[in-house]
Write a protein that binds this ligand. Structure first.
Ligand code: AHR
Length: 311
């Protein structure tokens, strides 16, 4: 009886038997650390064995880890791809081994038959929302913007730049006067902002757009050390909505952030479990929500909430 009851159960019940390899980029930001924690917690909750590999920002380390997951015969591979290009060969290898690949939070420039699905936000839209928010906040005033880009060649850096430019298109009073990578890190955000402030025209910066909150938080420090008031003398808008950004908004040192959920792994486990259970094909793109937060939200409360969630 038990055997026939078990036979009728969907295979997803046996998630405990699943082994997933996750090639993570590294730990460049608070958001990245939260994404890793959620992936580990969700695996534990579901009884999935998670093999985790930290690539320390290097694509070659990611490729090595993926090859090792293939050799170990895992049931699925999660990849948060550090840059967009250069994945075809290793993705072909995973396909030949019949191991489904799921992309988390960043996209690749490769044929979409090389992966099962991609769980990401609309990163162009995030940039657009940031640009539109700034255009509205500034009104008709002249505004020189400096931009801190994410990791060069990464899909969010490319998309958030394009999206922002779309968001400010048509507002001729808004001009991006400097744009440089801060590699998505707090420390580089600070260093690059210091150089923006010291460079010619540094005294006329009206706004900072950072491709993530960590760079914005580093830059806020640089702005304060230069004797200026972030959030007032220089408007600050960024992306991620990590707890520190909510705190900075609550303190009046930052003006807006667009939320990127760190729960990329949850929908990816769901899709993988269903696919392995009965072949259900997920959509090629599982889009996560993007939400704008400003000073009109209760940022102190949101900070506490996110902290309690272990963010
Ligand atoms: O790919 C997502 C981006 O990578 C996040 O916005 C950033 O914080 C992270 O490092």
């Amino acid at each position: 009886l038990l055997a026939s009851a078990v036979a009728l159960m969907p295979a997803a019940v046996f998630a405990a038997d699943l082994t997933v390899g996750f090639s993570q980029i590294g730990s460049e930001s608070g958001w990245r650390a939260a994404e890793t924690s959620v992936a580990k917690l969700e695996a534990e909750k579901r009884g999935i064995t998670l093999k985790f590999a930290d690539a320390q920002q290097k694509q070659e380390n990611q490729i090595k880890a993926i090859r090792s997951f293939i050799a170990q015969g895992v049931d699925g591979i999660f990849i948060a791809p550090v840059v967009a290009t250069g994945w075809d060969e290793v993705l072909e290898e995973a396909k030949d081994a019949d191991i489904p690949v799921l992309l988390l939070d960043r996209k690749v420039d490769a044929s979409d038959d090389l992966y099962l699905t991609s769980v990401t936000s609309d990163t162009v839209y995030e940039g657009k929302v940031a640009g539109e928010w700034l255009a509205e906040a500034v009104g008709g005033a002249e505004c020189n913007i400096v931009e801190l880009q994410g990791t060069t060649g990464s899909s969010p850096a490319i998309d958030r730049k394009n999206g922002f430019e779309q968001g400010i298109a048509g507002s001729d009073n808004l001009k991006i006067v400097r744009s440089q990578t801060g590699d998505f890190t707090r420390s580089q955000g600070k260093v690059v902002m210091e150089s923006f402030l010291k460079a010619e025209g540094g005294e006329n910066i009206c706004a900072l757009y950072a491709h993530n909150d960590d760079m914005a938080v580093g830059a806020i420090q640089a702005i304060k050390e230069a004797g200026l008031k972030p959030g007032e003398d220089i408007l600050v808008v960024a992306i991620d909505a990590v707890p520190d950004a909510h705190l900075a908004i609550a303190n009046g040192e930052m003006n807006a952030t667009i939320e990127l959920t760190p729960n990329m792994a949850g929908p990816a486990y769901d899709a993988l479990e269903k696919y392995l259970a009965d072949g259900t094909m997920p959509p090629k793109w599982i889009q996560t929500e993007s939400r704008l937060f400003t000073a009109s939200d209760d940022n102190n409360a949101i900070y506490e909430e996110k902290k309690q969630l272990g963010y």
